[in-house]
Design a protein around this ligand. Structure first.
Ligand code: G6P
Length: 616
């Protein structure tokens, strides 16, 4: 899951590449590097362990001129994150430089074969094998760069988005994609490359998203990019217009992207519901449900596949769809599903949920379900990414780019789409009463306003509560029904960015194990809103207090009992039980954020994680 950037054209490449890397740093930040063909010193490669800012320090005072270059920010898979293993990698002859996002699965075999032929390796990476192989073919067969890339890629098994330059040809970049994302930006006499469109957006809105097995040949003096496959067959690509503005990918005055994204949620959900939820007409319209009504309303079963936070959204989706549509739903970890032998056929609908639209396990789960005949519905954020392109239909969540590695606004966007989907299908199937549907439409539409109110009211208080609990080494999160996945999500947020161990549990399961952990040191976050299970949750809280645990309760505005028992409490505006996750998640996001900040952690780029997991 690394980030790759490339530039060729009339401006200096280095500033474009560095800015692009910063935009892509969410994809990995173990090391960073750049290769330029400079006017005075030829091919120059600078790379270092650490972040893009470290690379900038490292290049200080060095020659970074040149109008062609490629750059990389790394999330380590093969080989420890040090400067040697950082990209770009250079072939032994010093002729070619490559950057790569993905995994070459048969790299060990290829490496052995090349070593037998006398090729010497410097790094432990799978990527170096690629560049050595390409250069070996190029010199042995005396062919041009494109031909050697094509021949090498025919021998390679695995995933890649790559870009390669030749020291003696400052007028060409060759790029290729298999299973890892790659976008080419087409400017006026200049071309850009990126793992997504964010490094490109301020220069041009014209892009081409590469498909698997595409190779792009980018020549400086051409007015277009040529696309071929490994067999040298020409491929036509439509140029797409990107709809992304710069302010969406900058911090806008917030200290971290995560905080910005938490506060953006009311606006994001309005964007997500725009044109879909209409209170005046009292309806919810999703174009996918209109276009594929038959497939969706006649589904025998839904299977939701996802990872991480998206999987938590899926758990809420299960309850929504089962309650309103009366269709059974299973929720599977995509990573398990892809290697299982699922009994599915064309009566099943698989819903793939993914913020990035690139998660390798989710994509593989989609492919497997497709092979077995299921109809595939995608719920994604990144427009034009791999999962939406692999599905039969779907609904984007439209929450704008999410940069903070810990997912926040994408989660509430996913839950909003799942709510709209279940309402639209339930209405079409006649499994929901009119008055219930009307109330839901009205309440769903009111959620952004209630989120705003909640953010205003709870932000400072949570900031204070967070200071009290930075000492904790463990946290427990409890919830029931719709709020059980909220507890899981709250625990995940805390783990991801503050490195405090946290577990989410259905509250009633506490007595089967976690209760043994409770003592005066243990903070327990309980989502205890006033719904059908309120009294039961109160008993759970009493059990915690009896063992001297410290309770932070998320309560409804009209609560009168839990707040008396809790050490700290946060009030939520009233809403329907099934919509509570759209509110209750927010204080938990903020709490994780403020605890991590108080502990001095790198909130937007937590250690060992990456935003877009394009490897297994
Ligand atoms: C990574 C991210 C998580 C995300 C998960 C699934 O682990 O750090 O925030 O929930 O991948 O990603 P997706 O893009 O498929 O939603």
């Amino acid at each position: 899951m690394c980030g790759i950037v490339g530039y060729i054209g009339k401006r200096q490449a280095y500033p474009v590449l560095i800015k692009g890397l910063k935009r892509l740093e969410y994809r990995g930040y173990d090391s960073a590097g750049v290769a330029l063909i400079t006017e005075s010193s030829g091919l120059q490669v600078y790379k270092t362990k650490g972040k893009v800012a470290d690379l900038e320090k490292y290049t200080d005072g060095k020659d970074v001129t040149g109008t062609i270059g490629i750059a990389h920010t790394r999330w380590a898979t093969h080989g420890e994150p040090n400067s040697t293993n950082a990209h770009p990698h250079i072939s032994a002859s010093g002729q070619l430089a490559i950057i790569h996002n993905g995994i070459i699965e048969n790299y060990a075999v290829l490496k052995d074969q090349l070593m037998e032929k006398g090729v010497e390796f410097r790094s432990d990476t799978d990527t170096e094998v690629l560049v050595q192989l390409i250069d070996y073919i190029r010199t042995k067969k005396n062919v041009d760069l494109l031909t050697s890339v094509r021949m090498a890629l025919r021998m390679v098994i695995g995933a890649y988005a790559l870009a390669i330059i030749d020291k003696d040809n400052p007028d060409q970049i060759i790029a290729a994609r298999q299973s890892s994302p790659l976008v080419v930006g087409i400017g006026d006499g200049e071309f850009f490359l990126g793992s997504d469109a964010s490094p490109i957006v301020e220069y041009t809105d014209k892009v081409v998203y590469l498909d698997d097995q595409d190779i792009a040949v980018i020549n400086r003096n051409s007015d277009h990019v040529e696309f071929v496959n490994v067999n040298n067959e020409k491929i036509d690509h439509e140029i797409k217009k990107i709809n992304l503005n710069l302010s969406q990918i900058e911090k806008g005055g917030y200290p971290h992207f995560m905080l910005k994204e938490i506060f953006e949620q009311p606006q994001c959900l309005m964007d997500c519901m725009r044109g879909r939820v209409n209170v005046d007409l009292n309806n919810v319209v999703l174009s996918a449900v209109i276009d594929y009504r038959k497939e969706l309303i006649n589904a025998r079963r839904f299977i939701i596949v996802a990872c991480g936070t998206s999987w938590h959204a899926g758990l809420i989706g299960k309850q929504l769809i089962e309650n309103f549509c009366q269709i059974p739903v299973e929720v599977e970890y995509a990573s398990e599903f892809r290697y299982s032998n699922p009994v599915i056929d064309n009566r099943d609908v698989v819903i793939a949920i993914s913020q990035s639209g690139e998660t390798a396990d989710t994509l593989a789960a989609v492919e497997l379900a497709k092979k077995r005949g299921a109809f595939i519905f995608g719920i994604c954020n990144a427009i034009g990414s791999s999962i939406p392109r692999a599905t039969n239909t779907g609904s984007y969540i439209h929450v704008g780019p999410e940069i903070g590695v810990a997912s926040t606004k994408a989660f509430t966007g996913q839950v909003t789409v799942l709510t709209m989907l279940s309402l639209a299908i339930a209405k079409a199937r006649g499994t929901i009463e009119n008055h219930e549907y009307e109330t839901l439409v009205r309440e769903l539409n009111a959620i952004p306003e209630k989120q705003k109110q909640l953010l205003d009211e709870c932000n400072e208080k949570i900031h204070e509560i967070a200071k009290i609990f930075t000492y904790a080494r463990n946290f427990l999160y409890l919830g029931r029904g719709y709020n059980y996945p909220v507890a899981l999500e709250g625990a995940l947020k805390l783990k991801e960015i503050s490195y405090i161990h946290a577990e989410g549990y259905p509250a009633a399961e506490m007595k089967h194990g976690p209760i043994a952990l409770i003592d005066e040191e243990m903070p327990v976050v309980v989502v205890a809103t006033k719904n059908a299970l309120y009294e039961k949750l109160m008993s759970n809280i009493q059990e915690i207090k009896a063992r001297k645990g410290r309770v932070i309760a998320i309560v409804s505005k009209d609560d009168d009992k839990v707040r008396e028992l809790a050490d700290e409490y946060i009030e939520l505006p009233k809403t329907l039980e099934c919509l509570e996750p759209l509110l209750a998640t927010i204080p938990l996001q903020l709490m994780a954020y403020y605890i991590a900040v108080a502990k001095g952690k790198d909130v937007d780029q937590p250690r060992n994680l990456a935003k877009s997991v394009t490897v297994e």
